[in-house]
Design a protein around this ligand. Sequence first.
Ligand SMILES: [Zn+2]
Length: 348
Amino acid sequence: MRVCRGRGVGRHDLGFSGVDMRISALIGLIFVLLVGCTPEPTPKPSSEKYTKRIALTYDDAPRGDGSVYSGVDRTSSFIAQLEEANTGPVAIFVTTRGMNKQEGRQRIEAYAQAGHLIANHSDTHMWASPTPTDIYIADIDRAEEKLEGIPNRRPWYRFPYLDEGSRGEENRDLVKRDQLRKALADRGLISGYVTVDTFDWHLDRLWQDAVKRGAKIDTEALSKVYTDMVLDAAEHFDVMGQEVLGRRPAQVLLLHENDLAASFTVDLVRALRADGWTIISPDEAFADPIAVHLPKTGFAGMGRIAALAADAGYKGAEFFDHWSADEKGIETRLADDGVFTESVDINK
Ligand SMILES: [Zn+2]
Protein backbone atom coordinates (compact mmCIF):
# COMPACT_ATOMS: atom_id res chain seq x y z
CA MET A 1 0.00 0.00 0.00
CA ARG A 2 1.00 3.57 -0.61
CA VAL A 3 2.38 5.75 2.12
CA CYS A 4 -0.36 7.90 3.55
CA ARG A 5 1.87 9.86 5.86
CA GLY A 6 2.38 13.58 5.76
CA ARG A 7 5.75 13.02 7.45
CA GLY A 8 7.10 11.40 4.33
CA VAL A 9 6.40 14.43 2.22
CA GLY A 10 7.86 16.72 4.87
CA ARG A 11 11.10 14.75 4.85
CA HIS A 12 11.13 14.85 1.12
CA ASP A 13 10.80 18.62 1.06
CA LEU A 14 13.38 19.11 3.78
CA GLY A 15 16.01 16.72 2.67
CA PHE A 16 15.58 15.72 -0.89
CA SER A 17 14.41 18.64 -2.98
CA GLY A 18 15.86 18.15 -6.39
CA VAL A 19 15.97 14.36 -6.17
CA ASP A 20 12.69 13.90 -7.90
CA MET A 21 12.40 16.31 -10.77
CA ARG A 22 8.85 15.43 -11.63
CA ILE A 23 7.47 18.42 -9.81
CA SER A 24 3.95 18.23 -11.13
CA ALA A 25 3.63 14.64 -10.02
CA LEU A 26 4.97 15.61 -6.60
CA ILE A 27 2.44 18.42 -6.27
CA GLY A 28 -0.24 15.86 -7.08
CA LEU A 29 0.99 13.61 -4.31
CA ILE A 30 1.12 16.46 -1.81
CA PHE A 31 -2.44 17.36 -2.74
CA VAL A 32 -3.55 13.80 -2.14
CA LEU A 33 -1.86 13.77 1.24
CA LEU A 34 -3.26 17.15 2.25
CA VAL A 35 -6.81 16.24 1.40
CA GLY A 36 -6.62 13.34 3.74
CA CYS A 37 -5.07 10.15 2.46
CA THR A 38 -7.96 9.08 0.31
CA PRO A 39 -7.29 5.97 -1.75
CA GLU A 40 -7.21 8.11 -4.90
CA PRO A 41 -5.56 8.49 -7.28
CA THR A 42 -5.28 4.88 -8.28
CA PRO A 43 -1.64 4.14 -9.00
CA LYS A 44 -1.02 4.12 -12.71
CA PRO A 45 0.99 1.09 -13.80
CA SER A 46 2.70 3.26 -16.40
CA SER A 47 3.94 5.73 -13.80
CA GLU A 48 7.36 4.96 -12.36
CA LYS A 49 6.38 6.89 -9.29
CA TYR A 50 3.92 4.19 -8.34
CA THR A 51 5.50 1.10 -9.87
CA LYS A 52 7.26 -1.47 -7.75
CA ARG A 53 10.42 -2.14 -9.74
CA ILE A 54 13.31 -4.30 -8.63
CA ALA A 55 16.57 -5.39 -10.22
CA LEU A 56 18.20 -8.68 -9.24
CA THR A 57 21.92 -8.64 -8.43
CA TYR A 58 24.17 -11.48 -7.29
CA ASP A 59 27.49 -11.12 -5.52
CA ASP A 60 30.62 -13.22 -5.07
CA ALA A 61 30.51 -15.22 -8.31
CA PRO A 62 32.14 -17.56 -9.07
CA ARG A 63 31.75 -19.15 -5.63
CA GLY A 64 33.36 -22.50 -4.85
CA ASP A 65 31.85 -25.95 -4.51
CA GLY A 66 29.15 -26.39 -1.87
CA SER A 67 27.47 -29.37 -0.28
CA VAL A 68 24.47 -29.07 -2.60
CA TYR A 69 26.04 -28.01 -5.93
CA SER A 70 29.55 -27.93 -7.29
CA GLY A 71 30.47 -24.45 -8.51
CA VAL A 72 30.15 -25.50 -12.14
CA ASP A 73 26.75 -27.16 -11.65
CA ARG A 74 25.53 -24.20 -9.62
CA THR A 75 26.23 -21.79 -12.47
CA SER A 76 24.41 -24.03 -14.98
CA SER A 77 21.42 -24.49 -12.72
CA PHE A 78 21.25 -20.80 -11.83
CA ILE A 79 21.36 -19.71 -15.48
CA ALA A 80 18.59 -22.22 -16.27
CA GLN A 81 16.49 -20.85 -13.37
CA LEU A 82 16.93 -17.27 -14.57
CA GLU A 83 15.94 -18.28 -18.08
CA GLU A 84 12.88 -20.20 -16.92
CA ALA A 85 11.85 -17.25 -14.74
CA ASN A 86 12.32 -14.94 -17.74
CA THR A 87 14.02 -12.31 -15.61
CA GLY A 88 15.92 -10.58 -18.39
CA PRO A 89 19.40 -9.44 -17.42
CA VAL A 90 20.55 -9.65 -13.82
CA ALA A 91 23.86 -8.30 -12.52
CA ILE A 92 26.65 -10.67 -11.57
CA PHE A 93 29.17 -8.96 -9.29
CA VAL A 94 32.38 -10.91 -9.65
CA THR A 95 35.01 -11.50 -6.98
CA THR A 96 37.74 -12.07 -9.51
CA ARG A 97 40.05 -14.24 -7.38
CA GLY A 98 37.45 -16.96 -8.09
CA MET A 99 38.30 -16.73 -11.77
CA ASN A 100 41.61 -18.43 -11.02
CA LYS A 101 39.75 -21.56 -9.95
CA GLN A 102 38.82 -24.38 -12.24
CA GLU A 103 36.41 -23.07 -14.87
CA GLY A 104 36.04 -19.82 -12.91
CA ARG A 105 36.44 -17.61 -15.96
CA GLN A 106 34.22 -19.87 -18.08
CA ARG A 107 31.47 -19.61 -15.50
CA ILE A 108 31.53 -15.80 -15.67
CA GLU A 109 31.56 -15.96 -19.46
CA ALA A 110 28.55 -18.29 -19.31
CA TYR A 111 26.60 -15.66 -17.37
CA ALA A 112 27.55 -13.03 -19.91
CA GLN A 113 26.64 -15.25 -22.84
CA ALA A 114 23.23 -15.84 -21.24
CA GLY A 115 22.71 -12.05 -21.39
CA HIS A 116 23.56 -11.12 -17.82
CA LEU A 117 25.62 -8.08 -16.84
CA ILE A 118 29.09 -8.43 -15.38
CA ALA A 119 30.59 -6.03 -12.86
CA ASN A 120 33.37 -5.65 -10.30
CA HIS A 121 33.14 -6.93 -6.71
CA SER A 122 36.92 -6.62 -6.10
CA ASP A 123 39.64 -9.20 -6.54
CA THR A 124 40.04 -10.46 -2.96
CA HIS A 125 36.89 -9.25 -1.14
CA MET A 126 38.48 -7.12 1.56
CA TRP A 127 36.87 -4.86 4.12
CA ALA A 128 37.57 -1.32 2.97
CA SER A 129 37.74 0.31 6.41
CA PRO A 130 40.78 -1.48 7.88
CA THR A 131 42.63 -1.70 4.52
CA PRO A 132 45.10 1.00 3.44
CA THR A 133 43.50 3.03 0.66
CA ASP A 134 46.18 2.38 -1.97
CA ILE A 135 46.04 -1.40 -1.41
CA TYR A 136 42.27 -1.35 -1.61
CA ILE A 137 42.25 0.62 -4.86
CA ALA A 138 44.87 -1.71 -6.38
CA ASP A 139 42.52 -4.59 -5.63
CA ILE A 140 39.71 -2.86 -7.55
CA ASP A 141 42.08 -2.30 -10.48
CA ARG A 142 43.21 -5.92 -10.46
CA ALA A 143 39.59 -7.05 -10.69
CA GLU A 144 38.93 -4.69 -13.62
CA GLU A 145 41.96 -6.16 -15.42
CA LYS A 146 40.83 -9.73 -14.85
CA LEU A 147 37.37 -8.91 -16.21
CA GLU A 148 38.83 -7.55 -19.43
CA GLY A 149 37.48 -9.33 -22.47
CA ILE A 150 34.32 -10.59 -20.76
CA PRO A 151 31.20 -9.46 -22.67
CA ASN A 152 28.38 -7.39 -21.10
CA ARG A 153 30.65 -5.51 -18.72
CA ARG A 154 29.22 -2.64 -16.73
CA PRO A 155 31.15 0.12 -14.89
CA TRP A 156 29.79 -0.74 -11.45
CA TYR A 157 31.78 -1.51 -8.33
CA ARG A 158 30.09 -3.21 -5.38
CA PHE A 159 31.84 -2.79 -2.06
CA PRO A 160 32.33 -6.15 -0.30
CA TYR A 161 30.33 -6.25 2.95
CA LEU A 162 28.85 -2.92 1.79
CA ASP A 163 31.86 -1.40 3.56
CA GLU A 164 32.62 1.87 1.80
CA GLY A 165 35.53 2.76 4.09
CA SER A 166 33.60 4.64 6.78
CA ARG A 167 33.50 2.07 9.58
CA GLY A 168 35.25 2.58 12.90
CA GLU A 169 36.41 5.55 14.90
CA GLU A 170 39.51 6.05 12.74
CA ASN A 171 37.35 6.56 9.64
CA ARG A 172 34.74 8.81 11.21
CA ASP A 173 36.19 11.80 9.35
CA LEU A 174 35.10 10.04 6.12
CA VAL A 175 38.45 10.82 4.47
CA LYS A 176 38.92 7.23 3.31
CA ARG A 177 35.30 6.95 2.14
CA ASP A 178 35.76 10.08 0.04
CA GLN A 179 39.12 8.89 -1.35
CA LEU A 180 37.45 5.67 -2.47
CA ARG A 181 34.58 7.60 -4.03
CA LYS A 182 37.11 9.70 -5.93
CA ALA A 183 39.02 6.59 -7.03
CA LEU A 184 35.82 5.13 -8.49
CA ALA A 185 34.96 8.39 -10.25
CA ASP A 186 38.51 8.67 -11.66
CA ARG A 187 38.05 5.22 -13.19
CA GLY A 188 34.60 5.92 -14.60
CA LEU A 189 33.03 3.52 -12.11
CA ILE A 190 29.96 4.11 -9.99
CA SER A 191 29.05 2.36 -6.78
CA GLY A 192 26.89 -0.65 -7.55
CA TYR A 193 24.86 0.14 -4.46
CA VAL A 194 22.06 -2.03 -3.11
CA THR A 195 18.74 -0.92 -1.71
CA VAL A 196 17.27 -4.23 -0.48
CA ASP A 197 19.63 -6.13 1.77
CA THR A 198 19.01 -9.67 3.04
CA PHE A 199 21.12 -12.28 4.81
CA ASP A 200 20.62 -14.92 2.09
CA TRP A 201 24.26 -15.90 2.76
CA HIS A 202 23.29 -16.92 6.30
CA LEU A 203 20.30 -18.95 5.13
CA ASP A 204 22.51 -20.66 2.54
CA ARG A 205 25.14 -21.46 5.16
CA LEU A 206 22.53 -23.02 7.48
CA TRP A 207 21.28 -25.13 4.57
CA GLN A 208 24.81 -26.27 3.70
CA ASP A 209 25.43 -27.23 7.33
CA ALA A 210 22.14 -29.15 7.50
CA VAL A 211 23.07 -31.15 4.38
CA LYS A 212 26.50 -31.94 5.81
CA ARG A 213 25.13 -33.29 9.09
CA GLY A 214 22.49 -35.36 7.28
CA ALA A 215 19.39 -33.48 8.43
CA LYS A 216 16.13 -34.08 6.58
CA ILE A 217 15.29 -31.00 4.55
CA ASP A 218 11.83 -29.82 3.57
CA THR A 219 12.85 -28.21 0.27
CA GLU A 220 9.48 -26.60 -0.32
CA ALA A 221 9.56 -24.99 3.12
CA LEU A 222 13.13 -23.83 2.54
CA SER A 223 12.11 -22.18 -0.73
CA LYS A 224 9.26 -20.45 1.11
CA VAL A 225 11.64 -19.03 3.73
CA TYR A 226 14.00 -17.77 0.99
CA THR A 227 11.13 -16.26 -0.94
CA ASP A 228 9.46 -14.68 2.11
CA MET A 229 12.80 -13.30 3.27
CA VAL A 230 13.21 -11.42 0.00
CA LEU A 231 9.55 -10.39 -0.27
CA ASP A 232 9.46 -9.00 3.26
CA ALA A 233 12.76 -7.18 2.79
CA ALA A 234 11.55 -5.69 -0.51
CA GLU A 235 8.36 -4.53 1.20
CA HIS A 236 10.40 -3.05 4.07
CA PHE A 237 12.58 -0.98 1.75
CA ASP A 238 9.65 -0.11 -0.51
CA VAL A 239 7.89 1.50 2.44
CA MET A 240 11.16 3.15 3.54
CA GLY A 241 11.82 4.50 0.04
CA GLN A 242 8.42 6.11 -0.17
CA GLU A 243 8.71 7.48 3.35
CA VAL A 244 12.09 9.04 2.71
CA LEU A 245 11.98 9.97 -0.98
CA GLY A 246 8.27 10.54 -1.52
CA ARG A 247 8.34 8.21 -4.50
CA ARG A 248 9.19 4.64 -5.39
CA PRO A 249 12.84 4.40 -6.41
CA ALA A 250 14.00 1.47 -8.51
CA GLN A 251 15.09 -1.14 -5.98
CA VAL A 252 18.34 -3.10 -6.22
CA LEU A 253 18.15 -6.50 -4.52
CA LEU A 254 21.36 -7.95 -3.09
CA LEU A 255 21.61 -11.71 -3.25
CA HIS A 256 24.53 -14.09 -3.73
CA GLU A 257 25.50 -16.67 -6.31
CA ASN A 258 24.65 -19.51 -3.94
CA ASP A 259 22.75 -22.78 -3.98
CA LEU A 260 19.55 -21.00 -2.93
CA ALA A 261 19.70 -18.90 -6.10
CA ALA A 262 20.49 -21.98 -8.18
CA SER A 263 17.48 -23.79 -6.70
CA PHE A 264 14.72 -21.29 -5.97
CA THR A 265 14.96 -18.35 -8.38
CA VAL A 266 11.90 -19.46 -10.34
CA ASP A 267 9.90 -19.57 -7.09
CA LEU A 268 11.29 -16.23 -5.99
CA VAL A 269 10.53 -14.39 -9.22
CA ARG A 270 7.03 -15.83 -9.36
CA ALA A 271 6.39 -14.63 -5.79
CA LEU A 272 7.80 -11.15 -6.49
CA ARG A 273 5.57 -10.75 -9.52
CA ALA A 274 2.55 -12.02 -7.59
CA ASP A 275 3.33 -9.32 -5.03
CA GLY A 276 3.22 -6.62 -7.71
CA TRP A 277 6.92 -6.27 -8.48
CA THR A 278 8.25 -5.81 -12.00
CA ILE A 279 11.70 -7.28 -12.54
CA ILE A 280 13.82 -4.63 -14.24
CA SER A 281 17.30 -4.58 -15.69
CA PRO A 282 20.07 -3.35 -13.40
CA ASP A 283 20.74 -0.78 -16.17
CA GLU A 284 17.33 0.75 -15.45
CA ALA A 285 17.85 0.53 -11.70
CA PHE A 286 21.21 2.32 -11.76
CA ALA A 287 19.68 5.08 -13.90
CA ASP A 288 17.49 6.06 -10.92
CA PRO A 289 18.28 9.51 -9.43
CA ILE A 290 19.48 7.86 -6.21
CA ALA A 291 22.44 6.47 -8.18
CA VAL A 292 24.01 9.93 -8.22
CA HIS A 293 22.68 10.97 -4.83
CA LEU A 294 25.69 10.04 -2.71
CA PRO A 295 24.79 9.90 0.99
CA LYS A 296 26.51 12.22 3.44
CA THR A 297 26.33 9.71 6.27
CA GLY A 298 29.02 7.10 6.85
CA PHE A 299 26.25 4.57 7.59
CA ALA A 300 26.41 2.37 4.50
CA GLY A 301 25.82 -1.19 5.71
CA MET A 302 22.11 -1.37 4.92
CA GLY A 303 22.16 0.08 1.43
CA ARG A 304 21.42 3.36 -0.32
CA ILE A 305 17.84 4.01 0.80
CA ALA A 306 18.73 3.36 4.44
CA ALA A 307 21.70 5.74 4.09
CA LEU A 308 19.50 8.46 2.58
CA ALA A 309 17.05 7.87 5.43
CA ALA A 310 19.88 8.41 7.92
CA ASP A 311 20.81 11.63 6.09
CA ALA A 312 17.20 12.75 6.47
CA GLY A 313 17.36 12.21 10.22
CA TYR A 314 15.63 8.88 10.62
CA LYS A 315 16.94 6.92 13.59
CA GLY A 316 16.40 3.76 15.54
CA ALA A 317 16.47 0.02 15.06
CA GLU A 318 12.68 -0.08 14.77
CA PHE A 319 12.83 1.96 11.57
CA PHE A 320 15.82 0.23 9.97
CA ASP A 321 15.98 -3.37 11.17
CA HIS A 322 14.33 -6.34 9.57
CA TRP A 323 14.26 -10.10 10.18
CA SER A 324 15.62 -10.77 6.66
CA ALA A 325 18.88 -9.11 7.65
CA ASP A 326 19.16 -10.71 11.07
CA GLU A 327 20.79 -14.07 11.77
CA LYS A 328 18.54 -14.86 14.73
CA GLY A 329 15.44 -13.82 12.80
CA ILE A 330 16.24 -16.27 10.02
CA GLU A 331 17.02 -19.08 12.46
CA THR A 332 13.74 -18.53 14.27
CA ARG A 333 11.81 -18.65 11.03
CA LEU A 334 13.53 -21.91 9.97
CA ALA A 335 12.71 -23.50 13.33
CA ASP A 336 9.09 -22.27 13.26
CA ASP A 337 8.59 -23.75 9.80
CA GLY A 338 10.33 -27.05 10.60
CA VAL A 339 12.60 -26.75 7.55
CA PHE A 340 15.36 -28.98 8.92
CA THR A 341 14.64 -32.17 10.90
CA GLU A 342 17.57 -33.86 12.56
CA SER A 343 17.84 -37.50 11.56
CA VAL A 344 18.30 -40.08 14.34
CA ASP A 345 20.89 -42.77 13.71
CA ILE A 346 19.30 -45.96 15.12
CA ASN A 347 22.67 -47.74 15.12
CA LYS A 348 24.04 -45.39 17.76
ZN1 LIG B 1 30.57 -10.12 -1.44
